[in-house]
Design a protein around this ligand. Structure first.
Ligand SMILES: *Cc1c(COP(=O)(O)O)cnc(C)c1O
Length: 416
């Protein structure tokens, strides 16, 4: 048999972000999408290792570090952690299959593209979804959620699925206000929080909040490549799952409650990514939660200062109308009719080395997004804003001149 051989060596890109571009840009490319986010060197190095055999105690220690990291970050020492070889959509499915009996009802407050996508997936799995209306530019209105629960006297709604930060709109909803509104109704529905875009960016105190489940993924605030999805579950949600007759296997918590790592993962654990995630938790612990969240607020304020300055040109604007709801993770900037967002992104990426995201769902073609979560600092944010400002000028998009200047002012004057 003739073994096929390649005539020329396969091109090996230095980084994933080098792939779509025809030319390599020297220096560091800035990945300013709201996920995946840049991976710190410490995390990359932790992943540069041979796999371990499944009986190696270092593998159990790696898994335990990830579980402890999540419990610690969420301030929920007794919660169960289930880690999966999946992404955020997989974590959505985990929640549906474990918590909701076939045909049962769930309330998903409208936050935009991500509440829509979660609703579509939940319905596709045979559950009934009730939505509160999405109000473009605004966070969830807790009173509307409370009303929907009050209108359910038979308590058919099993859970409320809340997208904390909708990554498409750049808006974060007020979780304690939502919890208080739910409590006031006396409705027993579980509170399930999608924290994919907010975890490790802004505090989520699961026990104090009375959240029954928090789900997330590795590739956003947690600074690890995509490939791990997880849920952190309290006793009440576990008990609901226990009574749920829905047929399930790979996602099933009951099968995964085991000290054996092969069972915990329903097969071989994704150990390379787990090593990266454990290293990321080490970085988070070393920085300290208070500093981590303060840094995210500081960088978000710098981005918002630049966007406010750009908006003075009359063309660009914040999608989030209420400044208090603008997320610390991602900023969504609207563009007028006729602006080609994809062309803007291309110039920003290929000429100025800054990858930004486009609009999603109803905002496709009408907005671009700057991710400022995870492994960022003042210099990377200023570089990112400078690259975007340059791309806006190349594209002839009317924008105020002092974006970068105001971002610097913001960082210089920021007392936090
Ligand atoms: C990114 C994201 C998801 C989906 O995660 P994937 O890993 O892309 O499947 C879900 N919810 C929110 C809020 C997100 O930001």
């Amino acid at each position: 048999m003739v073994v096929p051989r390649f005539a020329a060596p396969l091109p090996l890109p230095l980084a994933m972000s080098d792939l779509p571009s025809p030319t390599r840009i020297p220096g560091r490319r800035f990945l300013q999408s709201p996920g995946p986010t840049p991976v710190p060197d410490e995390v990359l190095h932790a992943m540069a290792r041979q796999p371990m055999d499944m009986g190696d105690p270092r593998l159990d220690a790696t898994i335990a570090a990830c579980e402890a990291g999540l419990r610690g970050l969420l301030h929920s020492p007794a919660a169960e952690v289930f880690l999966y070889a999946t992404n955020g959509h997989g974590a959505w499915e985990v929640v549906v299959e474990n918590l909701l009996p076939p045909g049962s009802r769930v309330l998903i407050p409208g936050t935009g593209h991500f509440s829509d996508s979660w609703s579509v997936q939940t319905e596709a799995l045979g559950r009934r979804v009730q939505n509160t209306p999405w109000q473009p530019g605004l966070p969830i209105n807790p009173a509307v959620v409370a009303q929907a629960l009050q209108d359910d006297p038979l308590h058919e709604i099993v859970a409320v699925f809340v997208v904390h930060t909708d990554t498409a709109s750049g808006i974060s909803s007020d979780l304690p206000a939502l919890r208080a509104a739910m409590d006031a109704t006396g409705h027993p529905a579980l509170l399930v929080i999608d924290a994919v875009a907010s975890l490790a960016c802004t505090p989520i105190d699961m026990d104090a909040l009375g959240a029954n489940l928090v789900l997330g993924a590795s590739q956003k605030g947690l600074m690890t490549p995509p490939g791990i999805g997880f849920v952190v579950v309290d006793a009440k949600a576990l008990a609901v799952a226990e009574r749920n007759p829905a047929p399930r296997f790979y996602w099933d918590w009951r099968l995964r409650q085991s000290p054996l790592n092969y069972r915990k993962f329903c097969g071989t654990p994704p150990q390379t990514l787990l090593a990266g995630l454990a290293a990321a938790f080490g970085l988070i612990e070393a920085e300290g939660e208070a500093a981590l969240y303060a840094r995210h607020r500081r960088l978000a304020r710098a981005v918002q200062a630049a966007v406010a300055a750009w908006a003075e040109g009359g063309a660009l604007g914040f999608f989030a109308q209420d400044p208090a709801s603008r997320s610390v993770s991602v900023t969504t900037i609207t563009v007028p009719e006729g602006v080609d967002v994809d062309a803007l992104r291309e110039v920003a990426r290929d000429r100025f080395g800054v990858a930004i995201a486009g609009g999603l769902g109803p905002l496709a073609g009408k907005a671009f997004r700057i991710g400022h979560l995870g492994d960022s600092n003042a210099a990377t944010i200023l570089g990112c804003l400078g690259g975007i400002e340059a791309a806006l000028r190349v594209q002839g998009i009317a924008c105020g001149e002092h974006g970068l200047r105001r971002a610097i002012d913001s960082l210089v004057e920021d007392a936090e």
